[in-house]
Design a protein around this ligand. Sequence first.
Ligand SMILES: Cc1cc2nc3c(=O)[nH]c(=O)nc-3n(C[C@H](O)[C@H](O)[C@H](O)COP(=O)(O)OP(=O)(O)OC[C@H]3O[C@@H](n4cnc5c(N)ncnc54)[C@H](O)[C@@H]3O)c2cc1C
Length: 803
Amino acid sequence: MEAHAKVVIIGGGVVGCSVLFHLAKFGWKDCVLLERNELTSGSSWHAAGQIHTISSDPNISRLQGYTIKLYKEIEEVSGHSVGMHNTGGFYLASNKDWYDYLKRERSKARYMGLDQEFISLEEVARLHPLIDPKRYIAALWDPLDGDIDPSGVTYAYAKAARVHGASFYTHTPVIETNQRADGSWDVVTEKATINAEHIVNAGGLWAREVGLLSGLNLPVQPMEHHYLITETIPEIEAREERLPAGIDYEGNMYFRQEGKGMLLGTYEPVATPWSVGGTPQSFGHELLEPQLEHIAERLELGFRRIPALEKAGIKDIINGPFTFGPDGNPMIGPVPGMRNYWTAVGVMAGFCQAGGVGMCLAEWMIDGEPSIDVWAMDIARFGDYASPHYGTVKSTENYERRFMLTFPNETLPVGRCQRTTSLYDRLSARGAVWGDAFGLENVLWFADGPEDAHEEPTFRRSRAHDYIAREVKAVREKVGIIEIANFAKHRFQGPGARAFLDRVMAGRIPEPGRIMINPMLTPRGRLYGDLTVACLDQDDFLVLGSGSVQDMHRRWFEQHLEGHDVCYNNESSQWHGIAVSGPNSRELLSRITRDDVSTQGLKFRDIRRTFVAGVPAILARLSFSGELGYEIYVAPEYQLKLYESMVEAGEDLGLKLYGARTLMSLRLEKNWGAWMLDFRPDFTPAESGLDSFINWDKEFIGKQAAIEERARGPQKRLVSMTVDTRDIDVSNDEAILKDGECVGFVTSGGYAHTIGCSMALGYVPTGLAKADTSLEVEINGEMYAARVVDKPLYDPRGEKMRG
Ligand SMILES: Cc1cc2nc3c(=O)[nH]c(=O)nc-3n(C[C@H](O)[C@H](O)[C@H](O)COP(=O)(O)OP(=O)(O)OC[C@H]3O[C@@H](n4cnc5c(N)ncnc54)[C@H](O)[C@@H]3O)c2cc1C
């Protein structure tokens, strides 16, 4: 065995083998995969092998398309059959909500280059004569879907990796991973130790145990899962053509042909986490005892929908475990806070996803960034709050919801209140409807009291619409406050702080007491942050950003610290705070601080340390609402005091509490994009318009790529549009069309209450980005007229905010 390797991958399931293949294919030949047993000895060998493209995240769908198309290549390179049956498959809706969902998926497929089409129920019956079409109301067809042989795929990846120059060793369990001072890893096995620059945890069912070898707790959980295989079914035996694959959403089940019978798998309503305390090292090519009573109800439904199944004898029932992450998506990338440690874990649909996971991870390792935005799979979306217990309860929830509909306005109930602020009970008593991000509860909107704090999940406008209208009106006409504990706060201190920020940020770094908006770019000139940089003192900076991505930004900052005399800390949990907005906000503030907060005393984009509500605070004049506004940051122990003082001081000023949905509505009519929606690593500064914040007179990461893009001119641009709708708004990912052709997609939107109009933001070809261009937006399968607006429809000159 080699004494050194560029990368050691731990785990020879489909995911580890795909990572090995991609690394070697992209040029890192010096990579080794270690497998404790035979390849496929975790979940991979007993998978049902069904493949499909649909996923909640468009980029994951895209990568699933990539994975399926890759099978031909690995078969050819390796000479090992993947057992592919490209039958095509349908997604079946049995009620209106699911039909709406499929229409939305169809809309996404338009711009993802996927070839999905609705087919008639007669066509369903023709393609799959065993299905009872009367049980359904619609079917979406994807020609890419089908099935593969799980072992064949895994071996084909491994052998193709070997052809590209990499190596793998079976029966070689990794027993220790010890980091050297230079950041490399000694990967210890009973046979030998390999010193590797990087390690990849692809431990699948043992991801937790492999993580613990390096002191890493991963919030993943293996879940029991059943599928059954029938005896020969005469109707299938009589056919020459293979039956298509299918997913029945309401039944939370999938099916396909297996031999001359059928395979039917289902996600039961009450899931069973397996080996909560840890996966036994002795577990290998084994199955679990079937628990038919767990799936009986779902099977009955399956039999009603495919009646031939009821008559067929059951040949085999498989119950095998596979690993889920808290939101059901993979967890890949460099682990924040660790050096040279990568994960490719929590991949619950390995045969749909491993190709994309392997490709993105290999690009990330070799090039420093993946070629597309992988936020939906980034390990950094879970921080320390995501404990093993959290992993178990959220993974269980996710398993149970595998093919269940989550509406755009729906928040999932399990694992909540993981992190709360001292205002939680106060705000709940005032009718807060809560969402959560990065484990922290944050208010979405306020109902008229706790009894009234509910919302029906829907694709259309919910009852929250009228409440948000009231909050918007209060902010625009009087004054509103919103808790902002959920913003990220990154602190940079020391003599090298300014030089460091000057290098990682593309914009101007402010002087003491001032604030500047700053885009942050990757070396390839793509957006990696849209941050607010505040200079508290010559050598002391506070950088404000989105709380959800705080660990992603922390990882980025830490990766670039070397050579700079700067002390960096993620202080997001050390600063809570409240923002106050609206024409009466100055008056309110002046009642609770001795500072001069007049136009001259505290100018737009000023920041200072002071006292507000009698407690130490950082006071900034900033606004994401487009109104006169301030952000006040205090240590968590002062949050309650600050809140109560503000409520008391605002009573006669028309004060209203507001939530995140209101903030997102207010910014729409100002044409302001939001991070991770309109601004994300898929886009560039020129495309998004954030190039106006770039300081071209200095050196910064991504400058060369940004200059080249500027010279070329962007191919597409972010635009704001009004959308002509009555009772529905875009959420995101809807197709934008021109003359019937898909030209772009929506990145965010909603209802802009002050101007009284539905709005959307999205990327369209540069030629269509001009004001008044007529476009169409597809929402739930209906086309709505849209019109590009190039100036904010509310206070276009920003006078209110600066006033
Ligand atoms: C019943 C069932 C049906 C399924 N059906 C489908 C389907 O139809 N379509 C689909 O896409 N997915 C399906 N899946 C999911 C799929 O099987 C998994 O997503 C996939 O196998 C995960 O692969 P992996 O490589 O991450 O993990 P694993 O397959 O678990 O591989 C991890 C590997 O790491 C090795 N390892 C662990 N610890 C060490 C160590 N210390 N040293 C060295 N090696 C180590 C293990 O031996 C193992 O081989 C199904 C799963 C089940 C259980």
